[in-house]
Ligand binder design. Structure first.
Ligand code: UD1
Ligand code: UDP
Length: 358
């Protein structure tokens, strides 16, 4: 069986690390029956947004490295579509595997489905119900043209049922969350970043368009974060998108909000483990906080990871005034997890089985 995997953005490298490792393991134990061809669209391209993950997580070198980035949605997705189509015509895979909800995801799924190549979508069924998010558009369209919808949770399955996927010519399965596989695989290898870290700190990431592209909203969230940082230092590996916007608007931050360059996954795991709490608008980080038993304040109005909010491990908050009170209530309080909501950490294996026995 030949699979073409399409990846392009940081969270996809992290998810692909678990799948590629499982494919290699599978091929070692048996006759090599799965050939994975990796296409990197180039959407993320800085060394610390891309190469670092391939190096430290032993992801195989991409077979195709496109250089499509830093463009508007139309140009980026369109150019990816054209380039991926050419590759698929050449490679003739049995499946195209896509992850998550980025422009690379949609371009891969669209190119494959028009060529009648089966699409498998890892992280299917997630919904924020906010159609202003580019990610929501990408994930809804990708789900609709996928043959194998690999959901991370029961709520994702329920979303697809409500949308009528049971009547469609596709298969919907709960395989758990592949990011749990990755956290388990690399947690023991967590490594301190080469920066001065305060003894106690909250960890922050923020890059979503809904926060960075609305200046009033950005400034309001920043005010809330600055209020927190007067009580406890905040360490912020800053996404290039956010860095550019802060620079363009001449926004300066106090020293208590410690910005550092984006870090590799092993360093990120260290930062999460040693933090007192996580503040983020990232999808991936909300779950990693939970896997590593930290409370999370999500800087958004809604989340796709609804179970975490329902079970009070995660709190949605963008209000300047309320951020500090959430922080004070949950900083340095460990969470107790009885049974993991997102599976057993064997998602990559389940994805392989679903593909082989479709
Ligand atoms: C993308 C995804 C988002 C995901 C995020 C993960 C879409 C629509 N959005 O957002 O869902 O949460 O990745 O991080 O696909 N940039 C650099 N260096 C890099 C990468 C990006 O400078 O290595 C700059 C780009 O030039 C651009 C900006 O950051 O100016 C945004 O990059 P882009 O890939 O368009 O979107 P993200 O915000 O990264
Ligand atoms: N991450 C990382 N280094 C960083 C910031 C994030 O390795 O400096 C990891 C993080 O631990 C998670 C993933 O990147 O595994 C999440 O990616 P991101 O927040 O870019 O995207 P999202 O999950 O929101 O789509």
């Amino acid at each position: 069986m030949k699979i073409v995997t399409i990846i392009g953005a940081r969270p996809q490298f992290i998810k692909a690390a678990a799948f590629s490792a499982a494919v290699q393991q599978h091929n070692q134990n048996n006759e090599p029956i799965i050939k994975e061809v990796i296409v990197h669209t180039g959407q993320h391209f800085d060394a610390n947004m891309s190469a670092v993950f391939f190096e430290e997580m032993q992801i195989p070198k991409p077979d195709y490295l496109l250089d499509i980035n830093s463009l508007g949605h139309g140009a980026m997705t369109g150019r990816m579509l054209e380039a991926i189509e050419k590759i698929l015509i050449e490679e003739k895979p049995d499946w195209v595997l896509v992850y998550g909800d980025t422009n690379s995801t949609l371009a891969g799924a669209l190119a494959a489905s028009k060529l009648h190549i089966k699409v498998a979508h890892v992280e299917a069924g997630l919904r924020s119900f906010n159609m202003k998010m580019p990610e929501e558009i990408n994930r809804i369209l990708t789900d609709r043209i996928s043959k194998l919808l690999l959901c991370p949770s029961e709520s994702a399955i329920a979303n697809l049922k409500k949308e009528g996927f049971e009547q469609m010519n596709c298969r919907v399965i709960n395989v758990g969350d592949i990011m749990y596989d990755t956290t388990l695989m690399f947690s023991a290898k967590a490594r301190k970043p080469k920066v001065d870290l305060p003894e106690n700190y909250a960890l922050l990431t923020m890059h979503r368009a809904e926060n960075t592209d609305d200046l009033q909203r950005l400034k309001s969230i920043l005010s809330g974060l600055i209020a927190i940082s007067k009580h406890q230092k905040i360490v912020w590996p800053i996404h290039p998108r956010t860095k550019k916007i802060l620079e363009q608007n001449a926004i300066t931050l106090p020293k208590t909000l410690i910005t550092i360059d984006p870090v590799g996954y092993l360093e990120m795991l260290y930062l999460i483990k040693h933090s007192g709490l996580v503040l983020t608008d990232s999808g991936g980080l909300q779950k990693e906080a939970y896997f590593l038993k930290k409370y999370c304040i999500t800087l958004r109005d809604e989340t796709e990871w609804v179970e975490l909010v329902e079970q009070k491990f995660n709190f949605l908050c963008t209000e300047e005034e309320t951020l500090l009170s959430y922080f004070q209530k949950y900083f340095n309080k460990p969470i107790t997890v009885v049974k993991n909501i997102y599976g057993s950490g064997d998602t990559a294996q389940k994805v392989i089985e679903s593909l082989l026995f479709f």
